[in-house]
Design a protein around this ligand. Structure first.
Ligand SMILES: [Zn+2]
Length: 309
């Protein structure tokens, strides 16, 4: 049975380890501006690709929004407590096309679920978070592979609900997200999902692999590992990172993934993680800081990146 070697989160998600909501002081702002500049630059590249592609006409509306996404950003620095919040921005909210919106979507979901985890932890201190990864075999048809993965995931949960023997039997709550990329060896589509599962004891990886193979018929590659309880961010980030890795795939693949997966729910939850509301706005919520003094920093996107104006 093949068990994956542990991924190095730093290597897998170098950007996301400094993700918004994790370090928010003014000293972290230059890095944040750098990340956003890079994301905006890639968004412009993707827009330029679409203009020259056969999809230009069909995606005219999306293209307009993508081009102007994040033209300016207003950060609010609450200097007495050294907290920087993204206060204003015109964002396109097309996280499968736009790296900038993908970063913000991930940050917002990460914060919402970390907040819920804190509440759950206080109520049920015996629960521990585990990172569970489920994969299906690579294939040429992204939609077919995505549906296969989604159906298998649903079946896995149904077994638990039906009271069948299930390796996730003791899982009290879970949040998961789908990610698609091309398999490193095969070059074919490789959808998979990462899940934070809450349980008192770690789900048995070997039992899960057997069960997953029985359900999928084509894959027993699963991974289960504990998430650090003192610093759960690293583990949670794995679930709330991009649905696609813009830097690792061609713009043609980005557009194909967008056309295939748009409108589909790529984030799901169950049990005590159900009902978490991820706010609509991609800006930061700072209502709890109302009344504190602040300065606003206005950044405009220039050809070289964001510049303070
Ligand atoms: Zn955007």
């Amino acid at each position: 049975m093949h068990i994956r070697p542990p991924p190095d989160p730093k290597k897998e998600n170098p950007d996301l380890l400094e993700q918004d909501g994790v370090s928010e002081g003014i000293e972290a702002l230059p890095n944040r501006i750098g990340r956003y500049s890079k994301a905006k630059r890639t968004a412009i590249d993707i827009a330029e690709y679409i203009v020259t592609s056969p999809h230009a006409q069909a995606l005219a509306l999306q293209l307009d929004r993508l081009k102007s996404c994040g033209d300016y950003l207003i950060f609010r620095h609450f200097f007495t407590i050294d907290q920087v919040k993204l206060h204003g921005a015109q964002l396109c909210k097309q996280h499968l096309l736009c790296p900038l919106c993908a970063i913000r979507r991930g940050a917002k979901a990460l914060k919402a679920y970390l907040d819920r985890w804190e509440v759950i932890q206080a109520q049920k201190p015996a629960l521990r978070p585990f990172l569970v990864t489920l994969t299906v075999k690579d294939g040429p048809d992204l939609l077919e592979r995505f549906r296969h993965l989604r159906a298998a995931q649903r079946e896995l949960w149904k077994r638990k609900q039906r009271g069948q023997v299930s390796s996730l039997h003791d899982v009290a709550g879970a949040v998961w997200s789908y990610e698609v990329k091309r398999g490193a060896g095969s070059g074919l589509w490789h959808p998979h999902l990462h899940m934070v599962a809450l349980a008192e004891t770690m789900p048995d990886q070997y039992a899960l692999a057997r069960e997953w193979h029985a359900i999928t018929g084509d894959s027993y590659i699963v991974d289960v590992r504990p998430i650090d309880q003192v610093d759960p961010v690293r583990g949670f980030i794995e679930v709330f990172k991009y649905a696609v890795k813009f830097s690792d795939q061609s713009h043609a693949d980005t557009v194909h993934a967008f056309l295939t997966l748009r409108g589909k729910r790529l984030l799901g939850s169950a049990g005590c993680f159900r009902g978490v509301v991820v706010p609509e706005s991609l800006c930061d919520d700072h209502t709890s800081l109302a009344g504190l003094p602040f300065v606003d920093l206005f950044y405009r996107y220039m050809p070289g990146g964001y510049a303070l104006t």
